[in-house]
Design a protein around this ligand. Structure first.
Ligand code: URA
Length: 192
């Protein structure tokens, strides 16, 4: 399967009930040879309207965070566990996650990232470990199948709770060190 076929099929997806209320499928953005993949939980209102991940308030905060260490949409791929907006921004149901995850798995196979960064608890529980505890385990690293995984607090949580920001700053520094350690293209991640 190539990217174009995958995206065309994904945009037609009706595997779960979220298809009935969505405005747009939010497929993902970024270079298709990115070495770093960020995964959120699912689109919010702005993402549903624009068809792009992390373009609302949490997204602006994410852009600001990543720019500190030379990362952004120009050199990272950004996706979500579910590609359609859950009504009222509720957590995506397990059945919705299970219906949607094959799309992300194929994206990951095509991308072959060196690093996957889970944004928040939902993504970490799906991609790292079912009983992942974000408050205890954010910023820790685990290698699975040749890919390094970590989780950061979700940018929405950081907007709500400023006390979590110093921890995230430290986690970002660890992410920067991991990028330097395992990525093949350090020249992509220069800080302006
Ligand atoms: N929150 C997410 O988890 N993903 C988005 O795309 C936007 C907000």
């Amino acid at each position: 399967m190539d990217w174009e076929t995958l995206q065309a099929q994904c945009l037609q997806c009706r595997r779960c009930e979220l298809a009935r209320t969505r405005q747009n499928v939010v497929f993902g953005v970024g270079p298709r040879d990115a070495e770093i993949l960020f995964v959120g939980e699912g689109p919010g209102q702005q993402e549903d309207i624009h068809g792009e991940p992390f373009v609302g308030p949490a997204g602006h905060f994410l852009d600001d965070m990543l720019s500190i260490i030379g990362l952004g949409r120009h050199n990272c791929y950004i996706g979500n566990i579910v590609k359609c907006r859950p009504p009222q921004n509720r957590d995506p149901l397990q059945t919705e996650q299970d219906a949607c995850i094959p799309w992300l798995r194929i994206q990951t196979k095509l991308l072959q990232p060196k690093i996957i960064v889970c944004l928040g608890r939902i993504a970490a529980m799906k991609l790292i470990r079912e009983d992942f505890k974000i408050s205890r385990e954010h910023g820790q690293w685990v290698e699975k199948g040749g890919i390094w995984f970590t989780a950061l607090y979700h940018p929405s949580a950081l907007l709500r709770d400023e006390s979590k920001r110093p921890d995230t700053f430290r986690d970002l520094k660890k992410l920067q060190a991991k990028v330097r350690e395992v990525c093949d293209h350090p020249e992509r991640y220069t800080v302006e």
